[in-house]
Design a protein around this ligand. Sequence first.
Ligand SMILES: [Zn+2]
Length: 200
Amino acid sequence: MNAFGVPALETLICELTKLPGIGRKTAQRLAVFILKSDAEYAGSLAKAIQRLKNETRLCKQCFNIAEQELCAICLDKRRDSSKICVVEDIVDIMAIEGSNEYRGLYHILGGVISPLSGVNPDDLHINELVNRVKTQKVDEILLALNQSTEGEATMIYISKLLKETGVHITRIASGVPIGSHLEFIDPATIGRAILARRDL
Ligand SMILES: [Zn+2]
């Protein structure tokens, strides 16, 4: 199927294919679903996307999604602010929160160091992490990066950088398969990996 030369349909398909994990065929299926749905649904979908961009920003402390300067997790007084779990992206926070085994704060790096892809330490929120450790009362840094070669190298880089601060550095344990992404692992496995974290 093509877009029958209808620009409005082709434009939507084209935008949808830019989403992660969405190929041309899936984009076509989604576009046709929206085409066939009532105007109310199409309107609220468009509005939800715009609202997400207009009403949210990144937390100035941990870079999680936030509605104010700080995100809901950083603002939550019941959480243990002496622990910071370091992750690559917002989806990793969602995965770890789903496990219900972690009650500390987070720090999103925004990726991992990858010279081949042109990602250097300065492109990530590593300096901000070091500043948090130096200026706040932090007892433990739990590294929960995806266990890829780049993730491993980034964990080593960060642990070397934080060594002088004397903070206790741990990493999530086995159970999380090598090369796998946290967001695709079931909550129980993530929970076990957090509980069984080990020193780095
Ligand atoms: Zn935050």
